[in-house]
Design a binder for this molecule. Structure first.
Ligand SMILES: [Zn+2]
Length: 311
């Protein structure tokens, strides 16, 4: 899917109960913070971890989101913000990079996230206008800023350990994108997931491989997190990973059954409202069902060997 703006356009629906937590700083553990982004502005969640000498931020957000969170980080610590981790290349997680770089931070990502960025950000890398230029048409904060890609990349793991605090950045497999990075605090058993795990109807699959994503969530579950910080939506426990994975499994299984029953793409498309009702009846995954299953179901349908839906 080439449509450049979809990755955040699909995100902006959520339960009213969750609104109370938006744009507030929550202390997860001493020196470990969570800030739930405002999806109405397209913002991702942020986290930050205070080390003896510096602060590591999770997510660069959009430029406007970075500007919301940076002063709040400084209220919690006088240490310099030295690193900002882009969990993946999408704009709501990476386009605020310049805000953090201007504040003195080095931008960090997995090597595959940087590769994905190079494919998507053709404008920055000397080619035709890419995603940034598309986003700039609709977002003044992007139009007024400049792309700052990560310059410190790692293939599988990068560890920050100052003797007091240990944080492991990990690539666990293909998921929401090819380059998703996780942030694991083994002592505190806190896992920041980026968009490899969301908590609500916020899954964007345009750059995903859902069959691989399900496996990568297995690897994430094996870490044994007690606190899961999703890329979008409220913070939760290990059930967030379980429920997100089960949602994909249940959706895939139903599409597989329709394909096995030789249903045409038009028939599968027509079955989606009933399928959504079925999924909403499963208590622990109901919150993941979006207003329309069209994009998610089509993505999986094509992955399973089916054709795109008639539009
Ligand atoms: Zn994303």
């Amino acid at each position: 899917m080439k449509t450049p703006l979809l990755w955040f356009a699909v995100l902006a629906s959520f339960a009213p109960a969750a609104l109370a937590q938006i744009d507030t700083v929550q202390t997860i553990a001493p020196g470990v913070y969570f800030h739930q982004g405002d999806l109405r502005r397209g913002h991702s969640n942020n986290g930050w971890i205070v080390f003896a000498d510096y602060v590591l931020v999770v997510e660069a957000n959009f430029p406007s989101g970075a500007k919301v969170v940076l002063p709040k980080i400084r209220e919690t610590s006088d240490k310099p913000v030295r690193f900002a981790f882009n969990t993946h290349h999408h704009g709501d997680h990476a386009y605020g990079g310049k805000v953090f770089a201007d504040a003195g931070a080095t931008l960090v990502a997995t090597e595959s996230a940087l590769e994905e960025m190079k494919k998507a950000e053709t404008g920055f890398y000397g080619g035709a206008p890419g995603r940034w230029e598309g986003a700039a048409k609709n977002r003044p904060d992007v139009a007024e800023s400049k792309l700052k890609p990560p310059s410190l990349v790692f293939p599988r793991e990068l560890v920050f350990d100052d003797g007091q605090r240990r944080v492991e950045l990990k690539w666990l497999g293909i998921a929401h994108t090819k380059g998703d990075g996780f942030v694991w605090l083994p002592k505190e058993k806190i896992l920041f997931t980026g968009d490899a795990c969301v908590n609500g109807p916020h899954n964007y699959m345009g750059d995903a491989t859902v069959s691989e994503w399900i496996k990568t969530l297995d690897a994430a579950r094996k870490l044994g997190a007690q606190t899961v910080v999703p890329g979008h939506g409220p913070i939760g426990g290990p059930e967030v990973l379980v429920d997100q994975q089960q949602y994909f499994v249940e959706l895939t299984r139903r599409l597989q059954a329709l394909i096995a029953a030789k249903k045409s793409p038009a028939d599968v498309k027509a079955a989606l409202p009933a399928l959504a009702t079925e999924l909403k009846a499963i208590a622990n995954i109901a919150r993941f069902v979006p207003a329309s299953l069209l994009n998610q179901a089509e993505k999986i349908h094509v992955e399973l060997g089916g054709a795109a839906f008639p539009r």
